[in-house]
Design a protein around this ligand. Sequence first.
Ligand code: FAD
Length: 456
Amino acid sequence: MMKKCAIIGAGITGLSAAYYLGQESPDFEIDIIEASDVPGGKIKTYRKDGYTIELGPESYLGRKKIMTELAADIGMKDDLVVNNTGQSYIYAKNKLHPIPGGAILGIPTELRPFITTRLISPIGKVRAGMDYIIKPKPMNPDVSVGAFFRRRLGNETLENLIEPLMSGIYGADIDKLSLKSTFPDFKKTEERHGSLIKGMRRNRRETKSAPKQGQFRQFKNGLQSFIERLAEVLVDKGVTIKYNHKVEAINKTSQGYEITMNGETHFYDSVIVTVPHTVFKDWFKDGPLDYFQTMKTTSVATVVMAFDESQVNNKENGTGFVIARNSDTVITACTWTDKKWSHAAPKGKTLLRAYVGRPGDTVVQDHDDAAIVKLARQDLDKMMEITGEPEFSIVTRLYNSMPQYEVGHIDKIHAIQHYVSTHYPDLVITGASFEAVGLPDCISQAQKAALKIAHR
Ligand code: FAD
C-alpha cells in the first residue's frame, strides 16, 4: 500500500524534497502543504515591461552544483544564465573602494592590490601581515567569525573588508556569527598551513587555471521560473500541492502523524517540515528543539529602483557594492543590476537593487514603503549622481527571514537532528534554519531529508 507523506512548505526546500522523494521511491503519495497561494516561499521575481527583477534571493553560487543539476533534470539547462563579471566595491570611510584584486571573501591573497588599497591604513596592513606568524588556536568548540578574523588579520581588515562581504550573506552580526556553522573551511586552512593568507594563496594557485567566469547563476526568466517549472514537474508526477492550507499543529500518534490544517486534521505516515523555525517552533518544543524558541532572525527588505540611464551618473564601472557596518547608511548593499545581469532590465534603463535591514535595527518594521525608498535614495545619492525620481520602485519586506547562526549553532543542530531521528520516526525537520541558507544548500538538505524518509 502507498504511504502518505506530507511536506510542509512549498519553498525551494519543500519542492525539492518532494522531487527527490518521488525520484527515490515510488511508494509515497506526496502532499505538499503550503499556506500561501503560490510556490517559492522567499523566491519572487517581478517580470514586466522587459524587466526580470528578483524581489527576494537574487541568484545562486554556481560551484554548488546541485541546483544546476536539478535545473537540468527539469529541462531548464538552456535557461541558465551566468552573471557578468565586473569590479565590486566596498563603501567605507564615506567612499566606494574597489575590492582589492585577489581578495577572497575579503581575505587578501595578492600582495600588491592589498598594499595599494585605501580601505586599510598602513598599520592595518602590517597587522594583517601578522597572520603569517600568529599560531593557530583550537576552535574550542566554536568561535565567532569576527573573533577568528580579528585575531588573524586585525580589526581593520575585519571591519572594512571581511565583515561587509561575509555578514551580508547571513544578515548577521559578524561578532556573533558562528564560524563552525558558516565558514569552517577557513579554520581548516589556517590549521593546515599555519597561516590563513598562506593557505588561501596556495589554494588559489591550485584552482587558478579555471577560466574566469561569473560565479553566480540565474535563469533568463528569473528564479521564479525555476520554481514554477519544478512545481509543474511535481504535479505531472502526481504530487498534490495544497495551496492556502496553513498547518497549525503536528501530533505524533502510534501509527504516524496527525496534521491540523485549516481546522481539519489529516493523517500521514511520514512528514518533512521545511517551514522556517519561526513557524515550526510552535509545533516542537521538546528536548533540544527548545533551541528554536530563542534562535534569532533578521528582517530585511529589498528596494528596487528603475531609472532611465540618463538619470544616473555612476562613475564606477562595476556590478555593485557592499557597505562596511561602521558607515552611516541604512542600506547594507546595492547591486547595479543591469550591469550584473544582462537579462534584468531593458536597454537604456538603470536598475538599482539595494538591501536594508541589519541585525538589531528595525528599519524594515518602522517605515512604510515610501519612507524606505527615500532612505535608500538618500544613501545612494552619496555613491552616485542620480537626478529625478525613479520610473518605478518596489519594496519587498522579508520579515524575520534571515535565521541567525550564532556561535554554537551547528552543534545544537546536530543534537536536534539526532533527537528528532530517535523521537520522531519518519519525520524530518529541515530548511534554512538548519545547516545553511543558500538556495543550493536548501536543495541539498531537502535531498538528505527525502533519502532519510525513503529509506527508513
Ligand atoms: P521559504 O522560502 O521560507 O519557504 C517556506 C514556505 O513555507 C513558504 O512558502 C511559506 O509560505 C510556507 N509556510 C510558512 N508557514 C506555513 C504553515 N504554517 N503551513 C504551511 N506552509 C507554511 N540564497 C541564495 O542562495 N542566494 C541569494 O541571493 C539569496 N538571497 C537572499 C536574500 C534575502 C533577502 C533572503 C531573506 C534570503 C536570501 N537567500 C539567498 C537565502 C534563501 O533565499 C533562503 O534560505 C531560501 O529561499 C529558503 O527556502 P525554504 O524553502 O527553506 O523556506
